[in-house]
Write a protein that binds this ligand. Structure first.
Ligand code: COA
Length: 359
């Protein structure tokens, strides 16, 4: 198993000097999973440490991504070895015998009692929204908009509702570089948020725990938000060198007034569930111990209401705003595309990823 240590080195940036971490793999691997030799990899890692000139954020992100691939591959090999008893040879396994059934990999989607429940299901990552999870949420919303259920609920599995955008998404850089990545991500974000703007049935959030970033900003597009008293609401965009999305630049000032929205969206003030409720972002707060029982009992009652009446009522409430919301969404995505390319953002993301790898 590779032992990973993080060496703290001087950042290549000039003044003010920052301290950042670099992955130094102490190669105690049983074998090298890639074609290159162990010595070559070790030499390359040493060269990285000795570089005098900052190779730039894009290269740093690529280095991080490649380093993660190397360690992930080794973890995969180790895990598979630990699962198979030594006598079991892979050639004895029927081809496709352990194939995973098709379906969602990052969500659990169920439909009963007139309710489609979309549960974010990466609890060990605090339900951080990976690229795959974004795609699957869009698919699940599209399917829910057409199914027989009367209402749709989004919630999280585990102690978090969601820690927002998975910051590792930044390391998946296409051949066109970070500009292409930012452009594609902005287009994708626009479609993703568009699904929430256009969702035709009552859409409810059951916020089972802390919520961060886009999982908070989107709440302004839900029709009701029920929260555990353990939930918190945090949008640290300035800290991350980013800017608001999910139409929050429009919905938050409208919901809570511009002064309170400023505290959240610009200064990154974290709200308790009680504060979020007082400011109108949350519909009602429940004790964590009774949240599930109380909320689902209530939702089952709501789901028995005539579905077409609910759809039409939502249409009336939302339609006057739809055009505006799409315009806000487009503008937010244009702005955030620029932010993703900024040094402020890249340094903040590198900072998070370095801290993560140090543990
Ligand atoms: N992106 C990527 N990975 C994330 C993540 C995110 N948004 N949130 C949590 N994770 C990962 C952690 O890196 C960790 O991974 P590991 O087990 O492989 O090391 C795992 O989820 C558990 O998180 P951890 O940080 O150990 O839990 P914690 O209780 O100490 O802290 C948070 C939880 C959410 C406060 C912290 O993870 C965090 O600040 N995440 C970033 C939130 C963020 O900035 N989101 C984007 C907003 S725009």
């Amino acid at each position: 198993m590779a032992k990973v240590a993080w060496r703290l080195g001087r950042c290549w940036c000039s003044s003010p000097p920052q301290v950042i971490g670099f992955p130094v793999v102490q190669l105690h691997m049983s074998r090298t999973a890639m074609g290159i030799g162990q010595k070559d990899f070790e030499n390359a890692m040493n060269q990285v440490k000795l570089l005098k000139k900052d190779p730039g954020n894009e290269v740093k992100l690529k280095l991080y991504a490649l380093y993660k691939q190397e360690t992930a591959r080794q973890n995969y090999v180790d895990l598979v070895s630990s699962l198979s008893p030594p006598s079991e040879s892979s050639s004895q396994v029927e081809p496709g015998a352990y194939r995973k059934p098709p379906g969602y990999e990052t969500l659990v989607v169920t439909s009963e009692d007139g309710i489609t429940k979309i549960m974010l299901n990466r609890p060990t990552k605090k339900n951080a929204i990976s690229s795959q999870m974004y795609q699957e949420i869009m698919l699940a919303l599209k399917a829910a908009s057409k199914d027989d259920s009367a209402i749709t609920v989004l919630t999280g599995n585990g102690d978090y509702y969601s820690s927002g955008n998975d910051l590792s998404n930044f390391t998946d850089i296409p051949s066109g570089g970070v500009e292409e990545k930012a452009k594609n991500s902005a287009l994708f974000l626009r479609d993703f948020v568009g699904c929430f703007i256009d969702f035709p049935k009552p859409l409810i959030a059951v916020v089972n725990g802390p919520a961060v970033g886009i999982s908070v900003t989107l709440l302004g597009l839900f029709d009701a938000v029920y929260a555990s008293d353990r939930a918190t609401f945090h949008t640290p965009f300035s800290h991350l060198g980013q800017s608001p999305e999910g139409c929050s630049s429009y919905t938050f000032p409208k919901i809570m007034g511009s002064a309170k929205a400023t505290e959240m969206l610009i200064f990154g003030k974290k709200l308790t569930a009680g504060e979020a409720c007082a400011q109108g972002l949350v519909t009602e707060v429940f004790p964590d111990s009774t949240l599930q029982k109380e909320v689902w009992t209530r939702l089952k009652t709501y789901a028995k209401l005539p579905p077409n009446a609910m759809r039409v009522s939502k249409e009336i409430i939302r339609n006057t705003e739809k055009e505006k919301l799409h315009a806000v969404n487009a503008e937010e995505c244009r702005v955030i595309q620029g932010r993703w390319l900024s040094d402020e953002c890249m340094n903040a993301v590198m900072n998070f990823l370095s801290k993560k790898a140090k543990l």
